[in-house]
Design a protein around this ligand. Structure first.
Ligand SMILES: [Zn+2]
Length: 445
């Protein structure tokens, strides 16, 4: 018998363009948290399985206005920036970093402060339907371990990076690794401590190689981080051609694009996730495709800091790996629902263009529009592919990382396709009723 059976209608992405819905299914989850079987009402065993799960009190039966969708996967989020989410978004990137972000991140030298923020942060991600996240911490070992402990105790699938930023030219005196050597040693200590925690708890908690971005790192640090990524076969995360400034910085310092620099240091692997990429060129896209490196699309953050819109439709068609990131606090919300909406809106603006002093046919980039199904794919299946997780899909053999949401009241008859749109456009945190990671309930409203 299944450990838990959920009966209800679900939505799941079958590929970047299509969403499948199955009405009144039985999702049967085994003791290891994997979806062992999915039965439909037409299946012979359906009635018997429903009955026995009910009798054993192992059935979660959804109301008629509740729906099951995969948990979302946030590919780019800065855990220590949670306290300032929604602040200072009117400032240019350099000002935002130097006057808001760095002074906030340095506070995580205090473990008690880290504990308070990270407890709330991890809870908030789960409450928003996010079941896995690739996170930046700070440069502080103790605070990063506090984040790791919160991830384990609350049940999020966590990919956590200890940030490296040792370049005196691009980081403030008060918030910088003392040297490349010290940064690399501390990173290796963090890797070993997290791997130990992983083997002790059996949970998905993974250390991530995390150069903040090319400007903040010396060559020595970048060389060492590339070596650590290889030696431990670990994921890598960073920012890549996020803005005009960042894109131009690499050209000025190395005479090469950010992508070429990262690649040179061995930081573009099939386990790497590079955030933003708004200024990448078709040549850069090709390098990322060849390396199987994913891009974390952060559409809300990009509106403020990106100086451009990532051409998601083109990249999906070319076969680049893509997922979605909230980029707290370059983005103001941890909700990937909001980010999926912005991804669709931004793509529409890229298609039409925004300067009405130009002729209509010269304003935009034709064919850039994406659908909500595309955005849903990024938040689920695309993210899982980037992190090598067998999740993001409701299918036999995949882990039961799920969210159950209540749809806003329907005042007219809705088709299944309408319901999907409704859920994606209107779900807020208060509408999320249950969240499961590996079949275990980690959040209940
Ligand atoms: Zn970021």
């Amino acid at each position: 018998m299944a450990e838990l059976t959920i009966s209800g209608t679900y939505f799941t992405a079958t590929d970047p363009n299509n969403v499948q819905s199955v009405k009144d299914a039985l999702i049967m989850i085994d003791q290891t948290g994997v979806i062992q079987r999915i039965l439909q009402p037409s299946d012979q065993e359906y009635a018997a399985q429903l009955q026995s799960a009910r009798q054993a009190d192992r059935l979660l039966e959804l109301d008629s206005d509740q729906y099951i969708i995969p948990g979302f996967i946030d590919l780019h989020v800065h855990a220590p920036q949670w306290p300032q989410a929604g602040l200072a978004l009117d400032r240019p990137l350099a000002d935002w970093l130097n006057h808001y972000t760095f002074p906030l991140e340095v506070k995580f030298s205090d473990p008690a402060y880290a504990q308070r923020v990270y407890h709330d942060f991890v809870h908030t991600l789960l409450a928003n339907g996010t079941t896995a996240a690739m996170m930046f911490g700070t440069i502080h070992f103790d605070a990063n371990m506090t984040l790791a402990k919160e991830v384990v105790s609350q049940g999020l699938r966590g990919f956590i990076g200890q940030v490296v930023m040792d370049n005196p030219d691009q980081t403030p005196d008060y918030y910088r690794n003392s040297s490349a050597k010290a940064a690399l040693q501390s990173t290796e200590n963090f890797i070993q401590a997290v791997l130990k925690m992983q083997s002790r708890t059996g949970q998905t908690i993974t250390p991530v190689i995390t150069p903040r971005f090319v400007p903040s790192c010396t060559d020595e640090a970048l060389v060492g981080l590339g070596q650590l990524a290889r030696r431990y076969n670990l994921p890598v995360q960073s920012h890549l051609s996020e803005s005009n400034w960042e894109h131009g910085y690499a050209i000025e310092r190395f005479g090469q694009h950010d992508t070429t620099v990262m690649d040179h240091f061995g930081l573009l692997t099939d386990r790497a996730v590079m955030a933003h990429g708004t200024q990448l060129t078709p040549g850069d896209w090709q390098v990322l495709r060849e390396r199987r490196t994913a891009i974390a699309h952060c559409p809300i953050s990009n509106i403020y800091f990106g100086n451009g819109i990532l051409p998601v439709n083109r990249l999906l068609k070319l076969g680049n790996k893509l997922g979605l990131g909230s980029d707290i606090s370059g983005g103001y919300t941890p909700s990937l629902y909001h980010n999926a909406r912005q991804a669709v809106k931004s793509s529409q603006q890229l298609t039409d263009g925004v300067d009405n002093h130009l002729l209509a046919e010269q304003r935009g980039v034709q064919g850039s529009r994406i659908t909500m199904a595309n955005a849903f794919y990024l938040a689920t299946r695309g993210g899982a592919q980037a992190l090598h997780l067998k999740a993001g899909v409701i299918q036999e053999g995949y882990t039961a990382d799920l969210q159950i949401v209540r749809m806003h009241r329907a005042l007219m008859p809705l088709t299944t396709a309408d319901i999907f749109q409704r859920l994606m456009y209107q779900t807020e945190q208060a509408d999320i009723c249950h969240v499961f990671v590996g079949g275990r309930e980690v959040y209940k409203a």
